[in-house]
Design a protein around this ligand. Sequence first.
Ligand SMILES: CC(C)(COP(=O)(O)OP(=O)(O)OC[C@H]1O[C@@H](n2cnc3c(N)ncnc32)[C@H](O)[C@@H]1OP(=O)(O)O)[C@@H](O)C(=O)NCCC(=O)NCCS
Length: 192
Amino acid sequence: MIQGKLVRFRTMERNDLPYVKAINEDPQVRRNVVGWGWPNSLAELERWHERSQGGSTHRWVVVDTADRVIGVTGLWDVDMQSRHALTALKLGGLEEVRGRGLGTDAIKTLMAFAFYDVGLNRLYSSILVDNAASTRAYVDKCGWSVEGISRQHVWRRGGYVDLQQVGILRSEFDALPGAEEYVQLVLGSSGT
Ligand SMILES: CC(C)(COP(=O)(O)OP(=O)(O)OC[C@H]1O[C@@H](n2cnc3c(N)ncnc32)[C@H](O)[C@@H]1OP(=O)(O)O)[C@@H](O)C(=O)NCCC(=O)NCCS
């Protein structure tokens, strides 16, 4: 378990898959995430879950203080030599939970875990230029930088959309107000 202030993460289990199906079908999520996917049956998701265990992929569900599963996050392509990883976050699915600060809390929690428990030095992701909530949460509220633009990189809703490449270094996380509090929360909860 990985503890933040408003949310916590736990490993994604087989019985979370109906939730994963719901969030994958959430129109706000489908509109805004970078990856596109066919609608999946539960049986397909079960095969996907089996295939994706272990290795450099670590998927978690996001749980709120009422014990509801409200999102998915994780680390992908974890590189322990160069000490970087890809991360992503989706909130929604069964409940409307966006826009209440839970995403910002989840991103700070993820950073504290990645930088201080795993020992990474850099996290990176990508955000569609028209995804204002994600840009606000990652860049404006959590200290991430836009490192480049991949022009017309993603086909979405009938047109090509530019993609922002975003990233953050551990030293930049350290400079965020309240970073130390997240580190203490995460180090006190993870690995138990
Ligand atoms: C992106 C996401 C994870 C952010 O989580 P969240 O809980 O909504 O984020 P927060 O509430 O912590 O912060 C969002 C900020 O964006 C602002 N915001 C939301 N929609 C906005 C819009 N259309 N235009 C401008 N700002 C917007 C919010 O007001 C808030 O800022 P504030 O706290 O200063 O008011 C969540 O919205 C989400 O899962 N969206 C759908 C999937 C997705 O886009 N995932 C990310 C892919 S890169």
